[in-house]
Design a protein around this ligand. Sequence first.
Ligand code: SF4
Ligand code: SF4
Length: 80
Amino acid sequence: MVLITITKKCVACNICSESCPAEILVIERVSMEGGKRPKRRLKVTDESLCYECRACEIICPYGAILIEASTRNETIYPEI
Ligand code: SF4
Ligand code: SF4
């Protein structure tokens, strides 16, 4: 399965989620203690639905999301 990593560089700008054809990237609001304004955070809802298209990785202006492709399409060569 693909591994999607959202790094600390993410500013939750929502650009990648708008470009995701699988619609698995969403911005959520996280409640903060002490009456502070809720914080926005990017979240992956279901990695198993990812098309591994890398659109999010390419479009992110901050280089904040990384896609590590699965090996399911790798060719296995027989031993000679
Ligand atoms: S990963 Fe990049 S494009 Fe997506 S919300 Fe974070 S900063 Fe924006
Ligand atoms: S690789 Fe493609 S399908 Fe997967 S999260 Fe990124 S934009 Fe969405």
